[in-house]
Design a protein. Structure first.
Length: 251
């Protein structure tokens, strides 16, 4: 990995400097592994991405627009999935993992599971026969689907700095919306984790309440779409070091 740039953490996260000190949480010592999925709709002239507005009552980034996702769970590493990741995606996803459980398979499946839970959108393929997917994957089982990792790209990675209520080591993934195999109603409502979904072009996201890291990821995504989303390119990695956020590259 090679260092490219740095920003003051207080500038990227003003809540750290001005907000109340968060209650102690285990993730302050060791960030939780997490994964998020950017769905890209390229059916029109200009690509659009799916963003969700978080419930205002959440401890982490309340009210902000984010990509669907969340922390890895135990079953994400063992759930069966169809398709295969590109070699360069699989290799980079495992680079410098903080936890042994953070395999490429677990990271991608966590993003697929969280996306289904938060949006009702299932990325998978029909199962040839009923599959035992385990806890957290009931929606896939009921729909007769097995999650599919085919076509998933690695766009960026970021570790939350100390000072926020929760810390995550997040991998930002992307996949074309034409991989959506089913849509379930009822996932998004006023009391859900995501209270609103919106499909926006990347320029349109400038009007949304986004965290600066989310904006950096969208800028990276835009350049990758232009270059070819599945190309073998270095992946930006934002990590906190002594009061600054470094931008490295996973090569």
């Amino acid at each position: 990995m090679s260092q490219q740039a740095a920003w003051r953490i207080a500038d990227l996260n003003p809540d750290i400097a001005t907000g109340p000190k968060p209650a102690p949480h285990p993730s302050q010592r060791r960030p939780h592994d997490a994964a998020t999925l950017i769905l890209i709709d390229r059916s029109g002239r200009v690509p659009r991405v799916l963003m969700g507005r978080r419930h205002h009552g959440h401890v982490f980034m309340p009210g902000r627009y984010v990509f669907p996702g969340g922390r890895l769970e135990r079953g994400d590493g063992t759930v069966p999935a169809m398709g295969a990741l590109q070699d360069h995606v699989e290799r980079r996803l495992g680079t410098g993992a903080l936890r042994a459980s953070a395999t490429a398979h677990a990271i991608v499946c966590a993003a697929l599971r969280e996306t289904a839970e938060e949006t009702g959108l299932l990325i998978g393929r029909p199962a040839a026969q009923p599959a035992r997917l385990g806890a957290g994957w009931e929606d896939f089982s009921r729909a007769g689907l097995v999650p599919s990792v085919e076509g998933v790209c690695f766009v960026g990675r970021s570790i939350t700095p100390r000072g926020l209520a929760r810390r995550y080591d997040t991998r930002f993934l992307a996949v074309d919306a034409d991989r959506i195999a089913a849509k379930l109603d009822g996932a998004v409502h006023d009391e859900a984790e995501l209270v609103e979904l919106t499909w926006s072009t990347i320029p349109e996201t400038a009007a949304l309440d986004l965290h600066p890291i989310t904006r950096f990821i969208l800028t990276e995504l835009e350049s990758r779409i232009e270059a070819g989303i599945d190309r073998d390119l270095p992946v930006p990695f934002f990590r906190p070091v002594r009061g600054v956020m470094l931008r490295d590259e996973i090569v």
